[in-house]
Ligand binder design. Sequence first.
Ligand code: HAM
Length: 418
Amino acid sequence: MLPSESGPWQEMLATFASTVGDAGYELIVTPTFEDVSVFTRIGESTDVVRKEMYDFVDKGGRHVALRPEVTASVARAFIQHRPVTPWKAWYAGSNFRFERPQAGRFREFHQVGIEAFGTADPDLDVEVVTLGWDFFARLGIDGVDLLVNSLGDATCRPAYRQKLLDYLLARRGDLCEEHRGRVEENPLRVLDCKREACRVQTAGAPLQVDNLCDECAAHFERVTAGLTALSVPYRVEAHLVRGLDYYTRTTFEYAGTTLEASQNALGGGGRYDGLVQAMGGPPTPAVGFAIGVERTLLAIGASGAAPRSRARLHAFVVDFAGGGAARDITRELRQAGFKVDRAFDGRSPRAQFKAADRSGARFALVVGPDEAEASQVAVKDLSGGGQRLVGRAELLETLRSMLDASPGASPPGYNRAP
Ligand code: HAM
């Protein structure tokens, strides 16, 4: 990600931080690699753990892995530090999965996400799902489909799993090659298979949403009623099964309608009420999601949502009187909150003016030998509006009022949080 392309990336992170920060989620930073056992809990039968994890033995003989996702690390931190619940955290960082790289699928990719621990209240599911939805809306991305499902819990899933397995075993020979061999391992994954053979065979398969216990059914009803009440458009997608094993009850995905079908998941998540206990902690319900940064950037590009242009510089210092003025003025103005840059290497006035133009700055602050001698600065309007001489001591206040009066330029302070 080069500086010339990183504007939307920065914008996206800032939008995410404010969307979830304003809802009481606080930043957590977890290690990029941890003991491999932290991650094996997310599902021994999943591709993420079986085939895609970058695990290795380090020089101290420890078996570690680069994180393939962040949820397990946050759960590990929760168990280790036992914070007061409800505990709400957000994160941003890179993850690693040994996959076949293609558009929107990388071996190192980035996620932003939230996790909330300590309450089974379905209204928290609604909050989490809605925050992701609002995030995409704030970015101005069109074409996001919200798919929701319930995967039941330890009460109703075992019986459903058996029912589904019986159904699939009766059709085993007609499933795709991969699932013919692996159907017993994780029959639910077959429902989510994108291959035509499996899709045809699972069209009439029994669904978990029709086989929920009373508690799970009530939970799911409260979640969907909440989304409806908040006018968050969703579709119940009963074939939605996520690629990690820890989910219980609510699962959901934000699908980008402008992206290719095999990589159209912009993000996803759900409840994982059993994970903390499976990792050795106290029984603790939890829910969260992660959103793929690279995929979201693709969706921003595809939907033509205009990324905010680079923060415009207020001023560029052109100093051909030795460089001392540029050194001092940039510091002084930056400390006062202005966005300022300068040239280096004692370049010619012509080269410095060219750099000033290229920088997109509103004003050039020019100090040649005459200005230096008189303790003055020539403030030149780079959009062609002339030039005026200002005493060095008045520079800050004069520049502030010139920016105030200048259409399209925001003086320092304008773009800060209220
Ligand atoms: P996930 O569905 O595995 O969920 O990943 C979330 C998102 O990360 C995907 O929807 C996708 O946008 C992005 N992503 C995944 N793999 C790649 C890849 N190889 N290249 C580019 N982007 C990718 C999780 O990771 C769960 N931890 C989400 C969660 C949080 N569930 C509960 N809390």
